[in-house]
Design a protein around this ligand. Structure first.
Ligand SMILES: [Zn+2]
Ligand SMILES: [Zn+2]
Length: 296
């Protein structure tokens, strides 16, 4: 299935060339509920996990009496080099897996997320004896499912993202906002919503930390994966009242407000922050350094 983003009402080359140097390629993942296989790219599906390797646990918890306890981590995402050549895989790896703690940890997580959120970089061919029975989200984490994804297959689409105000040079964001306002247009160009690989996070609730550097080596962090409570808004956009740009063209004959429409708009079913979005940032020098998670 191919899912396609509508063109923006703003064409930067024609309308606002100052934005062009700040454009960055991004992959909209377009997760949709399904039954992904353990060797496929997915959100919330079974992992290609070596049977001999213990399932990761978060040990950063204490009960009311101060006794430590652990929580089994949740399989959040798995991405392959075949599907996502734009990921800078460390040498001899072609698979990346993300697991995190199902319980809420303080935000943001520039440090201390070594336990609560982990990326595993693997070589698929080395997993000759994969774990057949994996923790079942319904059994393990039924208390709090906000941070547990529904199994989804991915329909990657390559588009172009632009930074929001906070990541544009001083003044440029204001000029762009004023340009939009003069024409009665809404910004449908910057910080693309929904699940995506790369691109820019919208820092609408908290300021973007400055600097955003790797705790291990000091190199800048970059957005690796964005998680979003919703893929797109229900409202209309643009002067002609067109549907939200990020509602795929192929799905526009569905009613966005019924149960199917909701499943398309909120396929993963995770609630990030207060029904907002968050980003997992990795080190630009070595993605194996501890990742940081920021929510909005
Ligand atoms: Zn935890
Ligand atoms: Zn680093």
């Amino acid at each position: 299935m191919k899912l396609t983003t509508a063109p923006s009402v703003v064409e930067p080359a024609r309308d606002f060339p100052e934005l062009l140097p700040h454009a960055r390629p991004v992959v909209r993942l377009h997760p949709r509920r399904g039954t992904p296989g353990p060797r496929e790219s997915h959100i919330g599906g079974p992992l290609c996990w070596p049977a001999a390797e213990p399932w990761p646990e978060c040990a950063d918890h204490e009960d009311v009496n101060g006794r430590p306890y652990t929580l089994r981590m949740v399989a959040v995402a798995q991405l392959t080099a075949v599907d996502f050549p734009e990921i800078r895989f460390p040498d001899d790896t072609d698979l990346v897996q993300l697991l995190w703690c199902p319980d809420w940890h303080d935000q943001p997580h520039p440090e201390g997320w070594g336990q609560a959120c982990r990326l595993f970089w693997r070589r698929t061919a080395e997993v000759t004896d994969p774990l057949a029975r994996q923790p079942d989200p319904a059994e393990e984490w039924d208390d709090d499912l906000d941070m547990v994804p529904r199994p989804c297959v991915l329909h990657p689409e390559r588009v172009t993202d632009h930074p929001g105000d906070e990541e544009l040079p001083l003044g440029l964001g204001e000029r762009f906002a004023a340009w939009l306002e003069e024409r009665g247009l809404t910004d449908d160009l910057t910080a693309i919503p929904g699940y995506k690989l790369g691109g820019f996070l919208r820092w609408g609730t908290t300021d973007r930390p400055d600097p955003m550097d790797c705790g291990d080596c000091g190199a800048p962090l970059e957005l690796f994966l964005q998680f979003d409570s919703s893929e797109y808004g229900l409202g209309t956009f643009g002067p002609d009242g067109a549907p939200h740009r990020f509602r795929p063209l192929e799905e526009r004959d569905t009613d966005p407000s019924d149960a199917l429409g909701e499943a398309l708009r909120e396929p993963v079913g995770m609630v990030i922050g207060r029904f907002s979005h968050g980003g997992l940032f990795t080190c630009t020098a070595d993605p194996r350094h501890p990742a940081s998670f920021f929510t909005q």
